[in-house]
Every structure is written in C-alpha cells, then in structure tokens.
Ligand binder design. Structure first.
Ligand code: NAD
Length: 338
C-alpha cells in the first residue's frame, strides 16, 4: 500500500513537497493543513488536495471564505503514515507532541533546531541514519547544497578543511517585507555563520568554517567554496566527479548561464514547475585546483532543493527503500537532472 503522507504547513516548502508527493509511485497525499484561507488554500482545493484547518478556532474563517475543509489537523495527522511539517521555524517543535500523540513519524524543516529531532537528514550523505526514525529534520537549503557537494569530495579525496562564503538572497520572491533593499550585509557579522555547525549535524567530524552575507536578491543563494582536500586531483577529475552526482548540474561553459537569473530562466524554459531548480548548480569554469585547494562557485535554489530530500526522508522513516532506490525513484518522478 502506498505511504500515506500529510503536509502540515502549506507555504513555500509545503506546497512543493505536496506536489512532489503526488508524483511518487509509492506515495499518496492524505491532505494538507493550513492556518489561513489565503490564495494557497484555494490552490490546494483547486488541485483536489483535501484541506485541513491547522488551527481549530479558525475553521469558521475557511467557511466564510467559501472554502470547504475536510477536518482539523489532528484528524490529518491520525490518518497519515508520515507527516511533513513545513511550518515556519519553531512551529514544528510546538507541533511535535501532537505527532507523538498520534504515533506518526514526522519530518521537520531546516528552520527547526537540530535538538528537536533524532536525525538531521541529507539523502546523499546519511539516508541510512533516518531509517525508522520518528523525528527527522531535512536540513536547510544551504546545508543541503553543501552536504551534496561535500559528500562526494569526502568519499573520493578526503576533506581536510572546508571554507565557504554564503552570499544569501535577502528573501524569497513573495517575501515583500524582507531585505536588504540596497545594501550588502555581513550576516551574521561574527564568525562562524550558523551554516558550518549545521553542516556538522550531517558530517560531525568535518572541519568547516562559514561566513554569511545577505544581498538584495530573491532568486537563489550563491556559495563561494574553498575545500582543502587530502589528495590533489586535477580540476577535470573533480568536475567529472561532480557531474556524476544525480542532484548536481554542472553548468557548461558554452551555456551562457552567468548567474541566478539565467539559471531560473533555463529552468522555466525547461518547463520546471514554478521555475524550480532542485539541483546544486556548479559553474564548470569555476572548478579549479591550486595544489590540494579546490575552488568553485555554486548556486542553490532555496525554495526547492530540499523538496527531493523531503521525499527521500519519507521513504527513509517508512523503511520503504534504501538511499539509491529512493533517490532514483524521486528523481525520475520529478524529472531531476538538467
Ligand atoms: P512559509 O511561511 O512560506 O510557509 C509556512 C506555512 O505554514 C504558511 O503557509 C503558514 O501560514 C503556515 N503555518 C503557520 N503556522 C502554522 C501552524 N501552526 N500549523 C500549520 N501551518 C502553519 O515558510 P517556508 O519558507 O515554507 O518555511 C518553512 C520551513 O522550511 C522553515 O523551517 C524554513 O526555515 C524551512 N526552509 C525554508 C526555505 C525557503 O527558502 N523558503 C528553504 C529551506 C527550508
């Protein structure tokens, strides 16, 4: 029988995960829970997703907006084999007792504290650790992007130390209240940014320093990466290794893709839903070796790179597949691979 999946929190991440679940051959979407009868609630109804009220005393608001709901969030959680919590940061921790009460394994997102869960998850790096776990955190967009990059480098060459500067988008395109509007902010100004310690939730032994900046952009994050390897492969070999990774797009030199705008345009031209880019986008020309030091630039689509990871984490907690099977199924169903 297909894995019954609930999505609690139907915003930027939740609506993408819900769509991805409906495309999987071995999953069924039981429903999604929302707090407000906004345009995303209408979207869920128009897609035929059973809609549940996340907050009991707001049920009337849905009725007033003319939106039929299937019930309250507790009923949704009770009906599911796995719940994907895609609520704003910190709300997942508040929801945890509800998932425990219904004995429903739960996935949380990167905004939650790592201490809330048994395992922080990235499919390429540590799928096995989440098998059968009750509380799993799919790490943030940036940590997902770094884990996907570091896992093959560690396996193939060994990593002595990673140093990454993260040039972060100020907000998602719909977050009109975020900034900066006309500035470049060291954020945080002190070192390290939280990303290095977050990568250590996936690779506990890895030596990594990270710095963060915030810039007036909404499309993607950009990482400036320097990794000192234990070995000294040539740049060709590293590029070939990265090109082999199923969730990495090595941007060809001849493509003319010079930034996040062109990547998004390419994704839209390829017919990607919402212009999503599930893959790490590494500029081939940037992949350089100086002795044992690897340098490269990669772009990360913050709104979508965690979506296939959530799908894989559903299979991991259900014990439904191993890492290779799950990633292959997810990627084929979504059409991953640019
Ligand atoms: P969002 O604000 O776009 O969506 C969250 C949704 O949850 C909204 O629709 C909100 O109304 C709803 N909600 C609020 N309280 C709720 C409750 N009690 N019960 C059910 N629903 C509730 O947020 P998002 O960007 O999708 O982020 C969700 C999580 O994903 C956060 O942990 C965030 O850190 C993480 N994340 C976000 C991004 C990104 O770039 N947007 C990337 C990776 C991870």
């Amino acid at each position: 029988m297909a894995i019954q999946v609930a999505v609690n929190g139907y915003g930027t991440i939740g609506k993408r995960v819900a769509d991805a679940v409906t495309l999987q051959p071995d999953m069924e979407l039981v429903g999604v829970a929302k707090t407000r009868p906004n345009h995303e609630a209408t979207l869920a109804v128009s897609k035929g997703y059973p809609l549940y009220a996340a907050v009991a005393d707001r049920i009337d608001a849905f009725a007033e907006a003319g939106i039929d709901i299937a019930g309250g969030v507790e009923e949704l959680v009770a009906a599911a084999d796995v719940v994907v919590d895609a609520c704003p940061s910190g709300i997942g921790a508040q929801n945890k007792p509800m998932y425990d009460e219904h004995d429903t394994p739960a996935l949380y997102q990167g905004g939650e504290d790592a201490g809330v869960v048994d395992v922080s998850f990235n499919a390429r790096s540590n799928f096995e650790r989440a098998i059968g776990a009750d509380h799993v955190r799919v790490v943030s967009c940036n940590t997902t992007g770094l884990s996907r990059l570091l896992a093959p480098l560690e396996e193939a060459y060994g990593v002595e130390k990673a140093r990454v500067t993260l040039v972060r988008r100020g907000g998602d395109p719909a977050q009109s209240g975020r900034g900066p509007i006309n500035d470049v902010l060291p954020d945080p100004v002190e070192l390290p940014s939280h990303h290095g310690p977050d990568v250590n939730t996936i690779f506990p032994e890895l030596d990594i320093d990270t710095l963060g900046l915030k810039v007036p952009a909404t499309l993607m994050h950009t990482h400036s990466v320097n990794v000192t390897l234990d070995a000294a492969p040539d740049a060709e070999a590293v590029a070939a290794l990265l090109d082999d990774q199923r969730r990495t797009f090595l941007i060809p030199a001849a493509s003319g893709i010079d930034g996040a705008g062109a990547i998004k345009e390419y994704a839209m031209d390829r017919g990607r839903p919402r212009g999503d880019v599930w893959e790490n986008c590494v500029w081939r020309e940037s992949v350089s070796m100086e002795g044992r030091d690897l340098y490269l630039f990669q772009a990360i689509h913050q709104e979508s790179d965690v979506v296939p990871e959530n799908v894989d984490a559903i299979r991991a907690v259900s014990g439904a597949a191993d890492a290779a099977e799950s990633m292959a199924t997810t990627d084929e169903a979504l059409g991953i691979g640019l």
